[in-house]
Design a protein around this ligand. Structure first.
Ligand code: PMP
Length: 362
């Protein structure tokens, strides 16, 4: 098969076609280099340029000040669950975690190995169908940091703005909504994200860290777990994911060319509305998992009247080239992941498919 189908996968996920084409074109030999990006040294001038351009693109997209460093690490967002507390929790050894889904719980689990974790809020009793309100947060003003997950990939909920945490450093797992909208980076001490949803391929983990946080990284930490060492070495202490950083450079270039993060956000709203409006206008046939004010623009979770109908929907959708719609087992039903690179037409087409399916099976 040469044609591309609609890829609703939660991650690794869809990458802009333009990026795939450019990468494909240059995979045999980078223009003027005579070698593929898969074959060049991470210490070469060529890679240096790619790396610097990726950084510059990200700084431009976010309007990021020089108070922040950018890192490209490995081990996925999951290793950040450990690196964050190992580096940032001492010497007080206590941190606040806001639990909004399976990934925040996993982050909390690793933090507990390092120090005391205060659960500032949790919506687990409601199967994580909503984001807690600011008034529900029981924050410790003396915590080393507050950790939250900006978008909950499995449950389909997303913070519409960051929690207000006063002077306590704010740490965010933005794996599934990074680059989907503009953030005021100045509100954060650290942001991390596995690249494989909105940035590029798996195998590279993106980190933005405010420089003053680096003072917390103890020399006793294992070298590869130490943010300070990675910053001092510009992410080149060891061999980074050269290909991953190359794709991030292309994806960020694509974003800039298409109007940056505000334009992307507008498109993301338009895309999600096709599907959320269909759910809301279905007379209860389709039911969203997330509360309306907590809905994600990236992962849209919904159910049908019965599991049989959900199975039928998925089978027929798959046959019609709508791939990857099966929801996570902890929520059931369906999940449409529509990251930045997912086309507007794909959302309109899925909405039509949903309406047709309801007509035939309602
Ligand atoms: N956090 C979130 C919000 C995620 O969606 C995921 C992966 N789906 C992870 C963390 C874990 O990422 P990784 O597989 O890169 O470790």
């Amino acid at each position: 098969m040469k044609e591309r189908i609609y890829n609703f996968s939660a991650g690794p996920a869809v990458i802009p076609e333009e990026v795939l084409k450019e990468a494909q074109e240059n995979l045999f030999s980078l223009p003027g280099v005579g070698m593929s990006v898969l074959e060049i040294s991470h210490r070469s001038k060529t890679f240096d340029t790619i790396h610097a351009e990726a950084n510059q693109n990200i700084r431009t997209l976010f309007d990021m000040s020089s108070d922040y460093e950018i890192l490209y690490l490995q081990g996925g967002a999951s290793l950040q669950f450990s690196m964050v507390p190992l580096n940032l929790m001492p010497p007080k050894n206590k941190a606040d975690y806001i639990l909004t889904g399976a990934w925040s719980k996993k982050a909390q689990k690793e933090a507990k190995r390092v120090g005391a974790v205060n659960v500032a809020a949790s919506t687990e009793a409601e199967n994580f169908k909503r984001i807690p309100k600011q008034s529900e947060l029981k924050l410790d003003p003396d915590a080393s940091y507050v950790h939250y997950t900006s978008n909950n990939t499995i449950f389909g909920t997303e913070w519409s703005s960051e929690p207000k945490v006063g002077n306590v450093p704010l740490v965010c797992d933005a794996s599934s909504d990074i680059l989907s909208k503009k953030l005021d980076i100045n509100k954060y001490a650290l942001i991390y994200a596995g690249a494989q949803k909105n940035m590029g391929p798996s195998g590279v983990t993106f980190v933005i860290i405010r420089k003053d946080m680096l003072e917390r990284s103890s020399d006793n930490l294992h070298t590869m777990l130490n943010y300070k060492i990675h910053v001092e070495n510009n992410s080149l202490y060891n061999t980074p994911s050269v290909f991953g950083i190359y794709i991030i450079q292309l994806v960020t270039k694509w974003l800039l060319k298409n109007g940056g993060l505000d334009a992307m956000y507008k498109t993301n709203i338009e895309k999600a509305n096709y599907i959320y409006n269909t759910i809301d206008n279905s007379g209860g046939y389709y039911k969203g998992h997330a509360d309306k004010d907590s809905r994600s623009l990236m992962n849209l979770t919904f159910r049908l009247p019965s599991e049989e109908l959900e199975k039928k929907f998925i089978a027929e959708a798959t046959a019609a080239d709508f791939n990857g719609l099966k929801g996570h087992r902890s929520v059931g039903g369906l999940r449409a992941s529509i990251y930045n690179a997912f086309p507007v037409k794909g959302c309109a087409d899925l909405a039509e498919f949903m309406k047709e399916f309801q007509k035939k099976n309602g």
